[in-house]
Design a protein around this ligand. Sequence first.
Ligand code: UP5
Ligand code: MG
Length: 208
Amino acid sequence: MITGLRSKLKQFIKMVPKVVFVLGGPGAGKGTQCQNIVRDFGFVHLSAGDLLREERANPNSQYGELIENYIREGKIVPVDITCSLLERAMEESGKERFLIDGFPRNQDNLEGWNRRVASKVQLLMVLFFDCPIEICTERCLNRGAAGSGRSDDNLESLKKRFNTYQVETKPIIDYYQKMNLVRRLDASLSPDEVFNQVKNVLNESNLQ
Ligand code: UP5
Ligand code: MG
């Protein structure tokens, strides 16, 4: 009887998706490090920005133009759009461990997530890639010059993205900090050095 209950409980615990939020300024290296984490730790990487760009590129989407305007202006797309894309990608993956990159990045995102998804998943931690604005700007401008094709890798959009990050996203990181969920990484270092810090954090939390 107890054994049966125990195995049911185990099954239930296994089925609750685990989430790591990945936050930090534009160009802090979130996407780069998520690729490393996927390779070594077997998470599914869901970049909210990539999902929005995919949706924008879908000619059947009613949101394409809205998304383009928000991204170019460095503003944050209304949460119901982003959350629907994230929920769909989580379901379609059939997997259980997710890196959610670049979300939640304002109060509207946080409230939408808490209303729609939070109770169905376990939030393990928030990886915070902390990087000075000058270094982030240089990285994004270099990426733009190398042909990223991103409509927001230009100085004008970058100023707006940073302002949004400071005013709207930082408070969300502070909110999770108070819950003791934030793991800060010095993202100004080389990609390998940053990943070494990430590995330490994930290994300490037994996430391998
Ligand atoms: N690079 C990376 N790491 C490096 C290192 N350690 N040393 C030297 N160079 C490094 O890296 C950026 C560049 O730097 C690359 O060329 C890389 O090689 C190099 P990347 O890993 O791409 O950094 P990342 O933090 O992912 O930068 P990204 O530009 O993607 O960050 P953003 O947060 O600005 O972009 P995102 O795609 O998440 O969002 C874009 C927009 O979408 C937002 O501004 C917003 O308008 C919208 N959005 C929403 O509305 N809602 C959301 O939930 C999410 C996005
Ligand atoms: Mg990114």
